[in-house]
Design a protein around this ligand. Structure first.
Ligand code: HDD
Length: 705
C-alpha cells in the first residue's frame, strides 16, 4: 500500500486521499471518512468559525476557516476565450481496417484497435454559463490517447471557417462577442459589430451561409457532423504523404431545431444539449460517429478549382467521396466536470507520427495559439500532468519543475547528451520510431500576402445555398433577416445584402425585402468573379439526407387524469421498439390517475415541459381534461408550438376542446395522427415520426428527396 500514499481514491461518493498505510480517517459507526483540512488535520467543527466570546470577532488563527475560504476564492480559472461553454465525454475510437498504405499512425495499423478518446463539444461565442441553443458554430474537439502519443483533432461542426489567416482571429472573435462598451449581447452574432466585420470580410461569406443555416442550431451534439476543416497530411512508413480531410458522421443522422424553437429552448432548458448527452450516455444509448476521410494527392490538389490550403473551402463529397475508416463511441461521462471537461487542453499541435500539418495559414497560426492559451488557463506548463491531458502511453523527458509539477526526473542526469549509464542517463531520441516532419520543399520571398488562389470568396457560398432544399433556403434567408434586423446601422444591413448579391439574387432579394431595404444595393465588388454553375452537392443538405429513424429522439406525451392507459402502454411499447425516449408531461408533476385507475407519475410539470423539448408530441386526455388544459396558457402553447415547429402530433378525439381553444381544430393536417383507431396505431405514429418534421405544413410542395 506504500505507493498509494496521497493518491486520490473513491470512497463512496467522496474523493478522499489515502494515508500512509492506505487508510482514511474513519468515523466509527457509519464508516464515513472524517472531514480534514488539505493538510490532513481532522476538522472538529465545520459549522462555526472560531470566535472570541459568543458574539465576538472571528479569530485570524482559524486555519480551517482561512484555508476553506482561500480555496473557494480561487475556484475559478479563466474561461476559454472562445468555446467557453462545452461538454465532454469519454469513449473510444475503433479502427475498421489497417490504413498502412496511407499512414504509419499507430492507431490506424490494426483492425479493431480501440484507442481511448475524450471529446468536448462547445459553442464558440458565449461564456461558460450561456445557453446551449445559441446560433453558433459548435466545437467538436477530439483527443485520441494513442499508443504513440496524444493526437488532438480540434474541429467544428462546420467544415469551413470565417477567415483565411490566423492573424484575423482576434478580430472575428472580438466582433462576435459582447460589444466592449456595453458588455452585451451574450452568445449572439445578431449585433452590429459582428455584421460590420463580416460584411467587410468577403472571405467569411461561405461560413456565413453555414452559420445562418440550420447547422448552427443542432438538435443535439449527437445529431451533428464534425470536421477537421484544414487539409492535413497522412504519412506512411515509406515517407509518402497523402493529403486528407477529416469528417465525423453521426450514426443517428443529422437533425436541427428551428430558430423559434431554439429561442424557446434557451429559456426552458439552457442545458438542453448537455442534458441530452448526459441522458443518452447514462441510458446506455452511446452516441457514435464514423471517421471519414477524403484523401487526395498533389495531382488532385492541382486540378481542384480552389486551393486546398484555403480553410474557407470544402471539397464536395460528390467530387471526392469519403472513405469510412473507423468509429468513435462515447460511452462514459466524466467523474468531475471541472477536473476533466474544464481542464482538458486541446492543442492542434498535438499530432503523432503518421499525421502532419499543411501550410494552411489558419492551421499554422492555431499551432501557436492553443499551447499558449492553455498556459494562461491552467496556469502552468505542467497542465500535461493532469490525468485528462496526460498521454496513456509512456512519457520520458528531461522537462522538469515549474508550478504544480507532479512528475520530475528522479535520477541524477536531467540533461542530454550525457555519459551516464542507461538507468541514470535517462531517455534518448529514437530516429527510427520518433516523429519526423514531412520534408516538404519550401521556398519563396518573405512577404505578408494573401495568395491569389484564395481570392474566390463567393462560388462555394453559392454552391452551399443552391444545394439546400427550399425549406433550408427559407431558413437561411430568415436567419439573415433576423440577425441583420438586430443591427442598428442600416448601412451594415445594406452592405451585407450587397455581399449576398454575389451569392444568389433570390437570397439577396428575400433578405432585402425582409429587412424592408428601400432598394436592392449593387453587388459588392468581388476580388474574383464568382463561378455561378458549380453543381449542387446533395451532401450539404441536412433534409435531403434525412435519417429515416426516430431512434435516439424524444416523444413528449401530455397526459391528464383519465388518460387511456392502454393507449399509453401502446405508445411506450412502440417507442421502445423505435428506440425512442418517452417523457410524460402532466398538469402536476405528481402525475395522474389513468383510465384503469392506476397512478402514473409525470416527468415534467406542464410549464416545465413545453413541446420545444420534444421531437414529436402526443396528447392523451379526456374531454374534461382537454377542457381544463384549454384554460391553461402552457397547454395551449404546447400544442400551438408543436404545430408551428412542424412536429408530428398524436392525439385522440377527446383532445378537440384543446384544439378548439387554440383555433387549430380546422388545421388538423397529415402531420396529426389519430391514436387509438386500431391496435397498431401507436406504431404507425412512431413510424411517421421518422420523418422528424412534417414540413409540408409550412411548405406544401416540400419533398426532401
Ligand atoms: Fe480554435 C479553442 C476549433 C480556429 C484559437 N478552437 C477551440 C476549440 C475548438 C476550436 C473546438 C475548443 C477546444 C476545447 O473544447 O477545449 N478553432 C477551431 C477550429 C478552427 C479554429 C475548427 C478553424 C478551423 N482557433 C482558431 C484560430 C485560433 C484559435 C485561427 C487562433 C489563432 N481556439 C483557439 C484558442 C482556444 C480555441 C484561443 C480557446 C480555448 C482553447 O483554445 O483551448 O487557442
Amino acid at each position: 500500500m506504500g505507493d498509494e500514499i496521497g493518491r486520490p481514491v473513491r470512497y463512496g461518493d467522496q474523493a478522499v486521499r489515502q494515508g500512509h498505510g492506505g487508510e482514511t480517517h474513519q468515523v466509527a459507526g457509519d464508516g464515513r471518512p472524517s472531514l480534514t483540512t488539505q493538510q490532513g488535520t481532522i476538522v472538529g467543527d465545520d459549522q462555526n468559525s472560531l470566535r472570541i466570546g459568543e458574539r465576538g470577532p472571528t479569530a485570524l488563527e482559524d486555519f480551517h476557516f482561512r484555508e476553506k475560504i482561500f480555496h473557494f476564492d480561487h475556484e475559478r480559472i479563466p474561461e476559454r476565450v472562445v468555446h467557453a461553454r462545452g461538454y465532454g465525454a469519454h469513449g473510444f475510437f475503433e479502427t475498421y481496417a489497417p490504413l498502412t498504405e496511407l499512414t504509419k499512425a499507430d492507431l490506424f495499423q490494426r483492425e479493431g484497435e480501440r484507442t481511448p478518446a475524450f471529446v468536448r463539444f462547445s459553442t464558440v461565442a458565449g461564456s461558460k454559463g450561456s445557453t446551449d441553443l445559441a446560433r453558433d458554430v459548435r466545437g467538436f474537439a477530439v483527443k485520441l490517447y494513442t499508443r504513440e502519443g496524444n493526437w488532438d483533432l480540434v474541429g467544428n461542426n462546420i467544415p469551413v471557417f470565417f477567415i483565411q489567416d490566423a492573424i484575423k482571429f482576434p478580430d472575428v472573435i472580438h466582433a462576435v462577442k459582447e460589444e466592449p462598451d456595453r458588455g452585451f449581447p451574450q452568445a449572439q452574432s445578431a449585433h452590429d459589430n459582428f455584421w460590420d466585420f463580416a460584411s467587410l470580410m468577403p472571405e467569411s461569406t461561405h461560413m456565413l451561409m453555414w452559420i445562418m443555416s440550420d447547422r448552427a442550431i443542432p438538435r443535439s451534439f449527437r445529431f451533428m457532423e464534425g470536421f477537421g476543416v484544414h487539409t492535413f497530411r497522412m504519412v506512411n512508413a515509406q515517407g509518402r504523404s497523402t493529403f486528407v480531410k477529416f469528417h465525423w458522421k453521426p450514426k443517428l443522422g443529422l437533425q436541427s431545431v428551428v430558430w423559434n424553437e431554439a429561442v424557446k429552448i434557451s429559456g426552458a432548458d439552457p442545458d438542453f444539449h448537455r442534458r441530452d448527452l448526459w441522458d443518452a450516455i447514462q441510458q446506455g444509448n452511446y452516441p457514435e460517429w464514423e471517421l471519414c476521410l477524403q484523401v487526395f494527392d498533389d495531382e488532385f490538389a492541382d486540378r481542384f478549382r480552389f486551393d486546398v490550403l484555403d480553410p474557407t473551402k470544402i471539397i464536395p463529397e460528390e467530387e471526392l467521396p469519403v472513405r469510412r475508416v473507423g468509429r468513435l463511441v462515447l460511452d462514459r461521462m466524466v467523474d468531475n466536470f471541472f477536473a476533466e471537461t474544464e481542464q482538458v487542453a486541446f492543442c492542434t499541435q498535438n499530432i503523432v507520427p503518421g499525421i502532419d500539418f499543411t501550410n494552411d495559414p489558419l492551421l499554422q497560426g492555431r499551432n501557436f495559439s492553443y499551447l499558449d492559451t492553455q498556459l494562461k488557463r491552467l496556469g502552468s506548463p505542467n497542465f500535461t500532468h493532469l490525468p485528462i491531458n496526460a498521454p496513456k502511453c509512456p512519457v520520458a523527458s528531461f522537462q522538469q519543475d515549474a508550478h504544480m509539477t507532479t512528475v520530475n526526473p528522479t535520477t541524477r542526469a536531467n540533461y542530454e547528451p550525457n555519459s551516464w549509464e542507461p538507468e541514470i542517463g535517462g531517455p534518448r531520441e529514437d530516429p527510427e520510431r520518433g516523429f519526423h516532419s514531412y520534408p516538404a520543399e519550401e521556398a519563396g520571398a518573405k512577404r505578408r500576402l494573401r495568395p491569389e488562389s484564395f481570392a474566390d470568396h463567393y462560388s462555394q457560398a453559392r454552391q452551399f445555398y443552391v444545394s439546400q432544399t427550399p425549406v433550408e433556403r427559407q431558413h437561411i434567408a430568415d436567419a439573415f433577416v433576423f440577425e441583420l434586423s438586430k443591427c442598428d446601422r442600416v448601412d451594415i444591413r445594406s452592405r451585407m445584402v450587397a455581399g449576398l448579391r454575389n451569392v444568389d439574387d433570390e437570397l439577396a432579394v428575400a433578405v432585402a425585402a425582409g429587412l424592408g431595404l428601400p432598394e436592392l444595393p449593387d453587388p459588392l465588388p468581388a476580388a474574383r468573379e464568382p463561378i455561378r454553375d458549380l453543381p449542387p452537392s446533395r451532401a450539404l443538405s441536412i433534409l435531403a439526407n434525412g435519417p429515416d429513424t426516430f431512434a435516439g429522439r424524444k416523444l413528449g406525451v401530455l397526459i391528464t387524469d383519465g388518460a387511456d392507459a392502454a393507449l399509453l402502454a401502446g405508445l411506450r411499447e412502440a417507442a421502445t421498439r423505435e428506440k425512442t425516449n418517452v417523457e410524460l408531461v402532466a398538469p402536476i408533476v405528481g402525475g395522474i390517475q389513468a383510465s384503469d385507475g392506476t397512478h402514473i407519475a409525470a416527468d415534467q410539470k406542464l410549464d416545465g415541459g413545453p413541446s420545444v423539448l420534444y421531437d414529436a408530441v402526443a396528447i392523451l386526455t379526456t374531454k374534461d381534461g382537454a377542457a381544463e388544459l384549454a384554460a391553461q396558457p402552457a397547454a395551449r402553447d404546447f400544442i400551438t408550438d408543436a404545430y408551428a415547429h412542424a412536429k408530428f402530433v398524436g392525439y385522440t378525439d377527446d383532445a378537440t376542446p384543446l384544439f378548439a381553444a387554440t383555433g387549430m381544430h380546422n388545421m388538423i393536417d397529415d402531420g396529426f395522427v389519430r391514436l387509438g383507431a386500431n391496435a397498431d396505431n401507436a406504431g404507425d405514429f412512431l413510424a411517421r415520426c421518422r420523418q422528424l418534421r412534417f414540413w409540408q405544413r409550412q411548405y406544401p410542395a416540400f419533398a426532401a428527396r
